[in-house]
Ligand binder design. Structure first.
Ligand code: 5AD
Ligand code: SF4
Length: 440
């Protein structure tokens, strides 16, 4: 029996990191670790990092610096770095920050127990391989502990698209899809533990092509398999690439009741010249036509997107094309970023846009996106939506949940518990949430 130890995990970046952190905590659970929310109590600190933009990586180094005092007071404290910064800069982390005992890349999480044991015996350990074996097969099954109504489930990982700005193909590796039966087993297990909504995750989730009983299955076919799982009420997926938006997936948005009317479909830019330089292999026009087809299948679908401004060689006219596209699409939510040079990616070598110009463009784009987001949120008032309740709100009797469209909704004097689904009429749109009342 190993002595009980405390693990503190901090997660940066995307939803896949959130999922990975859960799996790492379970894996280290087998080594006698239980999770703590207090960094002072920890016997091991793990930072699950993101490398998508420069700022994200810099945050990790400044966070690590803050652990110096803790380690001085508790020499047995082990500090680990996981995630995409670990993958991209493993050696550099070890060199730059001697506090770090362990560095583990995203494809090696199943090796954590061995690594932890070595770190305990005083070794410095680094594993940023892309191993042959499948980490999901090796990672321990989740214990039957109850959990919240909404969960992530990774079905696909990595990317072969090589957008010119993006580190993902280098940090997460080549695209891999998990087999259908494994996903179904994990989904049933989650449902048994109280989960009602599953968000299928993948860097290119709609390129999913996992092995099924009769050959490879598409994401839509996987969704239809999950549709049969009793007790699972809602299915979502993210993130999709416009070029992999297959007909059967569009069709599923029209016919699969469990599939929620929300689609995160990044376009990145509205200028064809820039899209080409980004190696996106779609145009603004083809993206707009695709959305037309999706909206024909599911007219109320809420569209979400990602944007990069100030990509190398972006002119004011190119940027204007992005604004024009946004005006046409009307996004319900969106994430917009200033281009950040990522060493080793093709765009890093190209002439950069003046940073103040890029800041100005980002502000203008965000003003437009915020306005659209507000208009769409406000347009929910008076509508009936499904809400999955997740937790009590701040006021007594109030419950907080998510609508079908992923808006935060609170209901006063609710009388429902976490995990309940209800029909709700939206009565008010507030700053970051909607207020609603139950429909009997
Ligand atoms: N600079 C800025 N934003 C980036 N993204 C990816 N790489 C970069 C980069 N180098 C954005 C894209 C992507 C989202 C996850 O992050 O918009 O869709
Ligand atoms: Fe990065 Fe492009 Fe792949 Fe998305 S599709 S992960 S942006 S390379």
């Amino acid at each position: 029996m190993t002595a009980p130890k405390k693990l503190f995990i901090k997660t940066y970046g995307c939803q896949m990191n959130v999922y990975d952190s859960e799996r790492m905590a379970e894996e280290l659970g087998g080594q006698g670790y239980s999770e703590t929310k207090s960094v002072e109590d920890a016997d091991m600190i793990l930072l699950n990092t993101c490398h998508i933009r420069e700022k994200a990586a810099e945050k990790v180094y400044s966070e690590l610096g803050r652990f110096k005092k803790l380690k001085a007071a508790k020499p047995d404290l082990k500090i680990g770095v996981a995630g995409c910064v670990a993958q991209a800069e493993g050696q550099e982390i070890m060199r730059r920050q001697p506090l770090v005992d362990l560095v583990v890349g995203p494809q090696s999480y199943h090796r954590l127990p061995e690594m932890e044991a070595k770190a305990r015996s005083g070794e410095k350990v680094l594993d940023t391989d892309f191993p042959e074996e499948d980490k999901f097969e090796k990672l321990k099954r989740r214990p039957k502990a109850p959990r919240g109504p909404s969960a992530f489930l990774t079905v696909q990982e990595g990317c072969d698209k090589f957008c010119a700005f993006c580190v993902v193909p280098y940090t997460r590796g080549a695209e891999v899809s998990r087999p259908v039966d494994r996903i179904l087993t994990e989904a049933r297990d989650l449902v048994e533990r109280g989960v009602r909504e599953i968000t299928l995750l993948g860097q290119n989730v709609n390129a999913y092509h996992g092995a099924g009983p009769q050959g490879d299955m598409t994401l839509a076919q996987l969704i239809w398999e999950l549709d049969k799982v009793e007790g699972l009420e809602r299915i979502r997926f993210t993130t999709s690439h416009p070029n992999d938006m297959m007909d059967d997936l569009i069709e599923a948005h029209a016919t699969c009741k469990k599939l929620m009317p929300y689609l995160h479909l990044p376009v990145q830019a509205g200028s064809d010249r820039i899209l080409k330089r980004m190696n996106r292999s779609h145009t603004a026009e083809s993206y707009l036509r695709l959305l037309e087809r999706i909206r024909a299948a599911r007219p109320d679908i809420l569209i979400s997107g990602d944007f990069i401004v100030g990509f190398p060689e972006e002119t004011e006219a190119d940027f204007q094309a992005t604004l024009d596209l946004v005006e046409e699409v009307k996004y319900g939510t969106a994430y917009s970023f200033k281009y950040s040079t990522r060493p080793g990616t093709p765009a890093a070598e190209r002439p950069q846009v003046d940073p103040t110009e890029a800041d100005d463009r980002l502000q203008r784009l965000q003003a437009l996106l915020t306005r659209q987001q507000r208009e769409i949120q406000d347009s929910m008032v008076g509508r009936e939506v499904g809400v999955l309740f997740e937790k009590p709100g701040r006021e007594a009797g109030q419950m907080l949940g998510k609508s079908d469209y992923l808006h935060a909704v609170h209901v006063a004097d609710c009388g429902r518990k976490a995990g309940d689904l209800a029909r709700v009429r939206i009565i008010e749109s507030r700053t970051n949430s909607l207020a609603g009342e139950l429909i009997d």
